[in-house]
Ligand binder design. Structure first.
Ligand code: NAD
Ligand code: IPM
Ligand code: MN
Length: 355
């Protein structure tokens, strides 16, 4: 099966983690019936410096003509705010990627890296966060007037809420979850009141699922207090951005968390949730697992290969028993560089696919 994958390495640690994710794609090509035509689609800060645009037309054309996009991270500290980063929103909104799927799963070997006491980890952490990805405060409706007034409107539409909430219910059902949690701020924000109404309307068709609403401020403490009690969590754009970084640290590091920006059946984008991490860029120390698990999501969601998704995840879990990047280091195991971590995961992957 031939697939075209566009590749945006981006800025900072982006190229470092994507290079490791690409090694996984090469192993898949070697042992399974997939051929990947990889096409670079530069975006972000470095390309802005060269061309004056953060998403050149050539990159956009490459992306829209591919089967999926693998994205690193963008943002450079010497650029004005948003100059690089707005490329991500152009892609999410341009491709109408209304679902941002952000799994927060604590792998067993990393229980020692979870910052919570055992009693709060409980039976473990395995949360499917589904973040609305095209609207809310990210709808880009607003502006700055004479450096005196600045505003962004929080835009929620019925269609925008319905489609992501329905996706979340269907995901909860297909994963055999018992509960779905909606996170909002309906006690004060009008868009959240519409969101909650729609969550309750759609919920009527899913009577087997326990359904709950939690305000986002309280949810931030529940996520630390009882993370084991959440399965599917659905929320708006900004709330989802924030709670997923909080969740990422619970599973060991921001470098562990992956994501899929998805429009079912259309070109979707897969990326680690972290940024360009300028504090560690160029040092070969970044954790590549968020990027590698983003390939796992690509296999699952875009290429419909649960077998390959599984083998990537197993390879990551096995590798974590033998070595770790510095952000998730353990006293008993060797500290690995970005490349060494990637190589170890590839070795595990290779031996499982050879069987
Ligand atoms: P960040 O995610 O880049 O880094 C936050 C902290 O997490 C840093 O200490 C960093 O070293 C650490 N970290 C991040 N990724 C890591 C990895 N793979 N391994 C180990 N540690 C890791 O967030 P920030 O510092 O707030 O933002 C830096 C830049 O990235 C900004 O320009 C921001 O706008 C941008 N950003 C881009 C994306 C994206 O491209 N999707 C996402 C978030 C932030
Ligand atoms: C993320 C990032 C982006 C967001 C930024 C860089 C636009 O933080 O993907 O989580 O806020 O969605
Ligand atoms: Mn974020």
């Amino acid at each position: 099966m031939k697939k075209i994958i566009s590749i945006t390495k981006g800025d900072g640690v982006g190229p470092e983690v994507i290079d490791e994710a690409l090694k996984i794609l090469h192993i898949i090509e070697k042992y399974r019936d997939f051929t990947f035509d990889l096409q670079e689609a530069p975006a972000g800060g470095a390309v802005w410096k060269e061309t004056g645009t953060n998403l050149p037309e050539k990159s956009w054309n490459t992306i829209i003509n591919s089967d999926a996009l693998l994205f690193g991270a963008i943002g450079l500290p010497d650029l004005p705010q948003g100059i690089a980063e707005s490329a991500i929103l152009k892609i999410r909104q341009g491709l109408d990627l209304y679902v941002n799927l952000r799994p927060i799963k604590l792998y067993d070997p990393l229980r020692d890296r979870c910052p919570l006491k055992e009693e709060y980890i409980g039976k473990g952490i395995d949360i499917t966060i589904i973040r609305e990805n095209t609207e809310g405060l990210y709808a880009n409706i607003g502006g700055i007037l004479k450096d005196e007034v600045a505003m962004n409107s929080m835009v929620y539409t019925r269609n925008g809420c319905e489609r992501v909430i329905r996706y979340a219910f269907e995901t909860a059902k297909s994963r055999k979850h018992k509960k779905i949690t909606s996170v909002d701020k309906a006690n004060i924000l009008k868009p959240s009141q519409l969101w909650r109404k729609i969550f309750e309307e759609i919920g009527k068709k899913f009577t087997d699922l326990e359904q709950e609403n939690i305000y986002v401020d309280a949810f931030c403490q529940w996520l630390i207090r009882a993370p084991y009690s959440y399965e599917t969590v659905v929320t708006g754009n900004l709330f989802g951005d924030i709670i997923s970084d909080e969740g990422a640290f619970l599973i060991g590091s921001l470098g562990m968390a992956s994501s899929g920006n998805i429009h079912p059946g259309k070109v979707s984008m897969y990326e680690p949730i972290h940024g360009s991490a300028p504090d560690i860029a160029g040092k070969n120390v970044a954790n590549p697992i968020g990027a590698i698990l983003s390939v796992k999501l690509m296999m699952e969601e875009s290429f419909k290969s649960p077998e390959l998704a599984h083998s990537i995840e197993n390879a990551v879990e096995d590798a974590l028993k033998e070595g770790r990047t510095v952000d998730i280091k353990s006293n008993e195991l060797p500290v690995l560089s970005t490349k060494e971590m990637g190589d170890l995961i590839c070795k595990k992957m290779q031996s499982s696919l050879k069987k």
